[in-house]
Design a protein around this ligand. Sequence first.
Ligand code: ADP
Ligand code: ASP
Ligand code: MG
Length: 421
Amino acid sequence: MVSEEQATATPVVVQKYGGTSVGSTSRICAIADRIASSLNKSSRLVVVLSAMGKTTDELVTLAHQVTEEPCGREMDLLLASGEQVSVSLLGLALQDRGVQAISLTASQCGIRTDSTFNIARIESIETSRILQEMDAGRVVIVTGFQGLSHEQEITTLGRGGSDITGAALAVALGAKVCEIYTDVAGVFSADPSVVPNARLWTEISYEEAIEMASSGAKVLHPRAAEVCMAYDVPIHVRSSFANGDGTWIRGVGDMVMEQAAVVGVSSDRKVAKVTLLNVPDRPGLAAEVFEDLAGEDISVRLIIQSASSEGLGRITFVLDEVYVPKAEVLGTAWKSTGLCGDAIIERDVAKISIIGSRLASTPGLAARMFSVLASHGVNIDCISSSEMKIACVIAAERLDESVRAVHDEFFSETKRASTVA
Ligand code: ADP
Ligand code: ASP
Ligand code: MG
């Protein structure tokens, strides 16, 4: 047993394993072997798990078989069950290897969230139970993706939310690192399943990770990077399948290399475009539209208001596909109150983005992105740009080839010199 003094002096490491990494009982045994052989006295370990493989998707499918639009409390109770299976199996596997371990649900280890079912936010973590278990020499295994609201209800954090649990625990426990174990070697310059020759980064900044993740790079949840950035806890993204150095995500001041102008080409299929036609040209109307969207907790990713003719204009915005049902209801209401002549929702669109912290200070990058898309005959529907990102909405069916072409423009050996520091 670790003495109290030793315990408080011993740094904590948080490891999070994603769905593929615990996708079968043999994978869970492999993780147990890995943990058992790497355990040492120089750190204390908290392990956060996702549900096994595609379990969460299967639970969503089940819910759709009993109701058209599953949501709210019952949905969260259902979805949260997936992680309970994986943590208890890892607990058994570790104990079988002689490792003292205990699995806990997020509620049992004090993860408190707000009351927004399906997309709750962690408000606080009461760490005493975890600390007590670690002090007793146990590896603590925690269900990712969930928490307990003030009303004592089980909530979930949104898809991919186990990364957020890992990050929040790392911060709450003052961990020296939050390790994210996944099915790829680290963070690449594009999704390696779409761009096989994507570049693996040794390190990127928190800001770059947030921009990449929020524009579709699924490897890390953007809120996980935000949480770690706020408290300066480094994230180490690594493969659970192979040994490798992975990617460090940390503050710019701690980085060894100068950042590249473009660090990633991200893509997001899970978006939809809403166009409001024949919108009367009068003050306060855009405010009304976006207040209604905010009232439904819908965040909008891109907005274009085009000039009006004959007193009627057009407002276009892009939102996450999950918000389409709510947007449909709002569209019908807006039409009936005369706020717009029609509300058209298109799901067959996608977003392609280039990301980099020196984007704004490096001239010509937008032109290169647009030229490549044009040379492939890909029509750009909407464009948005910010300090670190240029995003284009295009037809979903052209997405993968566009990602490969844009990636090639910025990362192929012959063109790289002008883009990568
Ligand atoms: P986990 O189940 O471990 O949470 P995810 O499926 O959520 O894993 O995320 C890992 C996947 O993210 C990879 O298999 C990869 O296809 C995808 N991905 C998308 N963009 C990137 C990127 N830029 N770098 C690495 N992986 C990426
Ligand atoms: N199991 C949840 C999901 O599939 C959470 C996670 O894997 O991060 O979204
Ligand atoms: Mg994930």
